[in-house]
Design a protein around this ligand. Structure first.
Ligand code: ADP
Ligand code: ZN
Length: 212
């Protein structure tokens, strides 16, 4: 399947993407993960993205389209992809549309996880991430077995730099201003599927008619 995941930070896009990946072997492509890996590795890309990310602002459309233009043409995308955290602005959505037209590809749908703000804030402030492998924990609902240590790889489980209260506030505002308009964009394209939950069951039920 070829799907875009829409929804505010903390809506559960990554979790749903992983579940859908198991379903049919499509790859999850997370621009946030790509950028964090670049920052950790200290590459040129990482240096360009670091400050904006730390503040919870978006990195430039040019940078993102550079990454995704290449990524979407790699071999593993043949089976399908779940775009997690991209596109995030109208210019990115339009650029993606022209890119897919050029490649002769069609999206199945844009899946919006429409989750209330209170739920989002609670999730983000309690979220912890393995800084080595990216595994996601929650101090209330899914703590690692040993505090601060990843169950999967033994790496340090920490609060992300952009998960301070201030940065979260900013990310939600950035979402409202820059990303929420994509809901209308994809509705107009006839591609929008909106689900008021991030549980797998209702999501699958909503997707079924689109992915066959
Ligand atoms: P979130 O939990 O906010 O969805 P992500 O892991 O998707 O976080 O992204 C983390 C940060 O990476 C964003 O706050 C932003 O700075 C940057 N980023 C990720 N994807 C994009 C994108 N498509 N356009 C611009 N910036 C992006
Ligand atoms: Zn880990």
């Amino acid at each position: 399947m070829k799907i875009i995941l829409l929804g505010p930070p903390g809506a559960g896009k990554g979790t749903i993407a992983k579940a859908l990946m198991d379903y049919d072997g499509s790859v999850q492509i997370s621009t946030g993960d790509i950028l964090r890996a670049a920052v950790a590795a200290g590459t040129e890309l990482g240096k360009q993205a670091e400050a904006a990310m730390k503040a919870g602002d978006l990195v430039s459309d040019e940078l993102i389209m550079g990454i995704m233009g290449e990524r979407l043409q790699q071999e593993d995308c043949q089976r399908g992809y779940l775009l997690d955290g991209f596109p995030r602005t109208l210019p990115q959505a339009r650029a993606l549309k022209s890119l897919l037209d050029e490649l002769g590809e069609k999206l199945d749908c844009a899946l919006e996880l429409d989750i209330p703000r209170e739920v989002i804030i609670d999730r983000l402030t309690t979220r912890r991430t393995c800084s080595n492998c990216g595994e996601i924990y929650n101090v209330k609902t899914r703590p690692p077995k040993v505090e601060g240590v990843c169950d999967v790889c033994g790496g340090p489980v920490l609060q992300r730099d952009d998960e301070t209260e201030e940065a979260i506030e900013n990310r939600l505002q950035v979402y409202q201003q820059q990303t929420a308009p994509l809901v209308d964009f994809y509705r107009d394209e006839g591609l929008l599927v909106s689900v008021p939950s991030s549980d797998l069951e209702p999501v699958m039920a909503a997707l079924k008619p689109r992915i066959g």
